[in-house]
Design a protein around this ligand. Structure first.
Ligand code: PBG
Length: 324
């Protein structure tokens, strides 16, 4: 039955009608807001390459965490920049490390805010790689132990969830076992399962001072051309014990998010990364794009593709817009 009996515009007649038939709901409950911690005290320094983002010292994080929680955002994702780097990235699991301190501050001041921590060595190693170097290569198996130490130290400080982003094989199982052995069976794991070797992490590398000193990350992060392989990565992480799986970046990989949604029943997170965020900001600054509309269209696309959770630097701005 086609036109003129069928008229698609009937259900678009007014806002209320559109509200009734809307298929995708975007809410603040979907958002995770990334926060960057740095050494020192009394620091809140704007990050030049990422408009609207700051480096916080642990003592300054309480105010920010309170604001995030008051906007209704359920969780933060913590990244740390250590005071010094070395071969193994030992500051990554230091009890007095910047992330460990910040976790405690948030736990004590804003207990309702979920604390998720990024688990990766790249900001902590002198090579800037996500693992330890052996024979000029990033060595998988000797890295696992260090990642587990890092995850455990976050759990001990009070993190609700750890998020390994290094893309070493077997790390989810290794971390799960280590947490369980140490009585942290309730600490959840959100695995960066399908993390691509993407150009869109550009602005972030400045933030975390984590650009590799030699080579690139293509021997561990995924080839941008692959999607079946992403399904295998996700499947393995679920088998190893991941509670939530992630696709990263989000926008160039909406097909991967959709495919994962259709195949798997665990919650799916998508990381709307720094380059995606700054691309939109730059277009707005140049006058090519309306900020509010461009931001919402981006976030809706990620949700519509099938993501349950969206990790985004837009979280605070979007929360304010969605509240109205
Ligand atoms: C660390 C890590 C990166 C991001 C999150 N965790 C950088 C990278 O892999 O190079 C990127 C986040 C962003 O670009 O917003 N491994």
């Amino acid at each position: 039955m086609g036109f003129p009996k069928t008229r698609m515009r009937r259900l678009r007649n007014n806002d209320t009608m559109q509200r009734l038939v809307r298929e995708t709901v975007l809410t603040v409950d979907n958002f995770v807001y990334p926060l960057f911690l740095c050494p020192g005290s009394n620091v809140k320094k704007p990050i030049e390459s990422m408009k609207g983002c700051f480096h916080f010292s642990a003592d300054m994080v309480a105010g920010e965490a309170a604001e995030i929680a008051s906007l209704g955002i359920p969780a933060v994702l913590l990244f740390g920049v250590p005071e010094k780097k070395d071969d193994k990235g030992t500051r990554a699991w230091a009890e007095d490390g910047v992330v460990q301190q910040a976790i405690k501050v948030i736990r004590n001041t804003v207990p309702e805010l979920l604390v998720i921590t990024d688990v990766c060595l790249c900001a902590y190693t002198s090579s800037g790689h996500c693992g330890v170097i052996k024979n000029n290569k990033v060595d998988n198996d000797s890295t696992l132990e260090l990642l587990a130490k890092m995850a455990l130290s976050h759990a001990q400080a009070g993190a609700d969830m750890v998020a390994p982003s290094d893309m070493m094989d077997g790390r989810v199982g290794f971390i799960r076992e280590c947490l369980d052995k140490n009585d942290f069976s309730d600490t959840a794991i959100m695995a960066y399962s399908a993390k691509y070797a993407s150009a869109f992490y550009g602005p972030f590398r400045d933030v975390a001072d984590s650009a590799p000193a030699f080579g690139n990350r293509k021997s561990y992060q995924m080839d941008i051309a692959n999607s079946r392989q992403a399904m295998r990565e996700i499947e393995l992480d679920i088998e190893e014990g991941a509670d939530i799986v992630m696709v990263k970046p989000a926008l160039c990989y909406l097909d991967v998010i959709r495919e994962a949604r259709q195949r798997f029943d665990v919650p799916i997170a998508a990381y709307n990364v720094s380059g995606e965020y700054m691309m939109i900001n730059a277009a707005c600054d140049a006058g090519y794009l309306d900020k509010k509309a461009g931001m919402l269209e981006t976030l809706y696309s990620i949700k519509r593709a099938g993501a349950d959770i969206i990790i985004t630097y837009f979280a605070k701005e979007a929360a304010k817009v969605l509240k109205k």
